[in-house]
Ligand binder design. Structure first.
Ligand SMILES: Cc1cc2nc3c(=O)[nH]c(=O)nc-3n(C[C@H](O)[C@H](O)[C@H](O)COP(=O)(O)O)c2cc1C
Length: 221
């Protein structure tokens, strides 16, 4: 598979088959992802892959915490707070396409909350990886985590797997820390739910657009 095909073929998957991915394939993907580059080769990602009973236990604990009204407490500021201008417009368009695909009206808060809750059910994926970096690190190091995340997602495309990157999985760290055994000095940046895509799931028909090249890139000579 060409890199271009993997890039163009990847999209966020939010409907999964329950079939688990073979341990060997998971290890192979994470082993290869170690090749991701990083600032001064610090490789600041510390990753916790949760599957099986631990995954089910974590889903229960997260959903219970959210339904009990717990407030989010991410280690790092969330990326979608206080967006303005074109960024706010793109966020709106993304939400409109997502909810539109699911037949949810913007005013239907209950349906939107129910869909949001699926984040913490890992959208039915049998595996979820939590990508962490030391809490002492900042935005420049977070670049490395982003590169690592995309590396993982493209490798998963190559191996026929679907994935869903989720900032939402950083919001309620306590049960994740406890069940996955994440040390205090590590902050969760995001999660990545993964498994085999359910090709019949309506949610997987959502398609996001991209801005034209000229809106994002200037060529100067
Ligand atoms: C760092 C990051 C965090 C994200 N967080 C979430 C999330 O919490 N929940 C979700 O459903 N999608 C999340 N997404 C998926 C984006 O909405 C998606 O990548 C974007 O709309 C573009 O769509 P595409 O991935 O299908 O091309 C996240 C993506 C990234 C890269």
């Amino acid at each position: 598979m060409q890199v271009t095909d993997a890039l163009r073929g990847r999209r966020t998957i939010r409907g999964f088959k329950s079939t688990p991915v073979a341990d060997e394939l998971i290890r192979n993907i994470f082993e290869t992802a170690q090749q991701a580059p990083s600032n001064c080769n610090t490789q600041p990602w510390e990753v916790f892959v949760v599957s099986g009973e631990a995954r089910d236990e974590l889903e229960k604990a997260l959903v219970a915490e959210i339904l009990a009204g717990k407030q989010p407490s991410p280690a790092f500021p969330p990326g979608d707070a206080d967006l303005t201008g074109v960024y706010r417009e793109r966020q709106y368009e993304c939400a409109a396409r997502y909810y539109g695909t699911m037949g949810i009206e913007r005013e239907d808060r209950d349906a939107r909350n129910e869909l949001m809750l699926r984040n913490w059910q890992f959208f039915g994926a049998p595996h979820v990886a939590f990508l962490c970096m030391p809490v002492s690190m900042g935005p420049v190091n977070a670049i490395d985590i982003g590169i690592y995340l995309q590396t993982l997602m493209l490798l998963m495309v190559e191996h026929g797997l679907g994935s869903c990157p989720q900032g939402a999985l950083a919001f309620f760290p306590d049960p994740v820390r406890e069940i996955a055994g994440i040390p205090e000095d590590m902050g969760i940046i995001c999660g990545l739910s993964f498994g085999y895509a359910d090709d019949d799931a309506v949610i997987n028909t959502a398609r996001m657009t991209r801005a034209p090249l000229g809106d994002c890139v200037s060529f100067v000579s």
